[in-house]
Write a protein that binds this ligand. Structure first.
Ligand code: G3P
Length: 218
């Protein structure tokens, strides 16, 4: 299972990278704005900075909602760095653009996916990644994990190569449940990755080992 971090915060990205378990980064316009990164040039520079920190895939989202605009923006983003994956919204023009990029060998991440039917379309269009937003479904009393399971079944039925990128992850149990279902990737905040470290018995056990070592060596 690949671990992506879902942020544009360079410190968080560097911390996850230093942990040695990071496979990539996902961003979106909201995450960029949260870090105060605005204006085309600053956004482009920020993507380059992210690519310098991590070794894996970096999803960069287009702002256009029409096919021509998405193609123009996506080609410019893909040309920035070999790690860039073009992120496209799941709308009709996004699916057309996904097919266009797929035919050209440019990797894509189809985002804002909330149904199995949408995920099927993204796979048919040759998406590299599909991003179902599980937390946002949970927010409206709908079972987000069930969507991940449905997509897993459909992709396995037909051998689609599109990787399921479980997005809108909020906490560690989302990560574990997605791993059990067989999601290819999860993207979440740093807390969802670091939270996996925690167990009181680890802390208690380590304290005891160190205490016994001291006793034996004093
Ligand atoms: O990767 C998608 C993600 O950024 C959305 O997360 O927490 O805003 O629902 P959230």
């Amino acid at each position: 299972m690949k671990f992506f971090i879902d942020t544009a915060n360079l410190e968080d990205i560097a911390e996850a990278q230093a942990l040695g378990v990071l496979d990539g980064v996902t961003t979106n316009p909201s995450l960029m704005a949260k870090e105060g990164i605005t204006g085309e040039d600053n956004i482009i520079n920020h993507y380059k900075k992210i690519c310098d920190i991590v070794e894996g895939d970096v999803s960069a989202e287009v702002i256009s909602t029409d096919f021509e605009g998405m193609v123009k923006e996506g080609e410019a983003l893909a040309a920035l760095h070999p790690q860039i994956v073009v992120k496209l919204p799941l709308i009709a023009d996004g699916i057309k653009a996904c097919k266009y990029f797929s035919d050209k060998g440019i990797r894509t991440n189809v985002t804002l996916v909330f149904s199995a039917g949408q995920a099927l379309l993204a796979a048919k269009a040759g998406a590299t990644y599909v991003s179902p937003f599980l937390g946002r479904l949970d927010d409206i009393s709908t079972d987000g994990l069930n969507l991940i399971a449905e997509i897993r079944q459909i992709y396995d039925n037909y051998g689609f190569n599109t990787q399921i990128l479980a997005a809108s992850i909020r906490h560690t149990m989302h990560v574990i449940d997605c791993a059990k279902i067989g999601s290819d990737v999860m993207t979440g905040p740093l807390s969802s990755i670091k939270g996996l470290l925690k167990h009181p018995l680890t802390d208690i056990g380590l304290a005891k080992f160190l205490e016994d070592y001291k006793k034996g060596n004093s």
